[in-house]
Each structure stands twice: as structure tokens, then as C-alpha cells.
Design a protein around this ligand. Structure first.
Ligand SMILES: [Zn+2]
Ligand SMILES: [Zn+2]
Ligand SMILES: [Zn+2]
Length: 100
């Protein structure tokens, strides 16, 4: 059936990949590729493979990776969990200011 063939061709067009000219990585969209290119410009040398996010410094990158891994930062005093290390530190500082 000609109709069915036409649909297949159309799908093949949709999954067309955007390849990085520098390292050969392939992306589903030009937007993702553009974000990936930041890693080569050195603007964001730390780069998350999972969501194509670039990071300026290693600390932010590591914290981001931990979030993907589902790591939570717990308050050593009351056990409250935080997704971000900064928020946990901020929370713990509040304990120091106002002891229980
Ligand atoms: Zn690349
Ligand atoms: Zn990520
Ligand atoms: Zn606490």
C-alpha cells in the first residue's frame, strides 16, 4: 500500500538525528545539539549527559548528578531531606541560629 509507505517515510524523517561535528554525539533536536555545543565552547565545561545541561563549575555539576541519582541531603540534626545541598546547609544554619 502506497499510503502506508508514505507514513513510514514521514516517521524516518522525524527521527532524523542532529550530530555534533566535534565529538559525533547525536541529538533528537537542534535545540539539544545547540545546548551540547556549549561544552565544546568551554562556557560550560561540565555537562550532564542525561538532560544536556551545561555547568560552569564542578560543584554545581556534581550536585546536579546527585539529583539524577536521587541523592538527598539530610539534615544531621532533624533528619529533614533536601534535594539541594545548598538548601540543606541553609537549613542547618538555621538550627545553629535557633537551637531546638
Ligand atoms: Zn560534541
Ligand atoms: Zn541532568
Ligand atoms: Zn534540621
Amino acid at each position: 500500500m502506497i499510503e502506508g509507505q508514505a507514513r513510514e517515510e514521514c516517521q524516518a524523517y522525524v527521527v532524523r538525528k542532529f550530530g555534533c561535528g566535534k565529538c559525533g554525539k547525536e541529538y533528537q533536536s537542534q535545540h539539544s545539539l545547540k545546548r551540547h555545543m556549549q561544552v565544546h565552547t568551554g562556557q560550560f565545561p561540565f555537562y550532564c549527559e542525561e538532560c544536556n545541561k551545561g555547568f560552569r563549575d564542578k560543584t554545581g555539576y556534581k550536585e546536579h548528578q546527585d539529583r539524577h541519582a536521587g541523592v538527598q541531603y539530610k539534615c544531621e540534626i532533624c533528619g529533614k531531606a533536601f534535594a539541594r545541598l545548598r538548601n540543606r546547609d541553609y537549613h542547618m544554619a538555621e538550627h545553629a541560629n535557633r537551637p531546638l
